[in-house]
Design a protein around this ligand. Sequence first.
Ligand SMILES: [Zn+2]
Length: 109
Amino acid sequence: MNPEQRQVYKDKLKAVLLEIEDYLSKSEDAAEAVSPDKSLGRLSRMEAMQDQQLVLEVRRRQKRRKAEVFNAISRLEQDQYGQCIFCRSQISEERLDAFPEVQTCMKCA
Ligand SMILES: [Zn+2]
């Protein structure tokens, strides 16, 4: 991978990181436990708790993704970016363009 390409992916990864951080800070309130004294009916309390579970799940996924993005940035810096961590083959550009933080090729995914 040449330095220009590396820069392109670095920018992409940073954009992904910003997106994730934005989501994480915006969803903080929604992730908080539904307090029992909140004046909700029985049904809407259940709905609120389901919503909360959903937000928690998405946040978990985004946090995992964030770690992968950091990992990808450090691999970029070590010139190992774009290489499958299992079989060491080159990950296709289409795949990297779609998921810049991806660590595995199609076969190993
Ligand atoms: Zn592989």
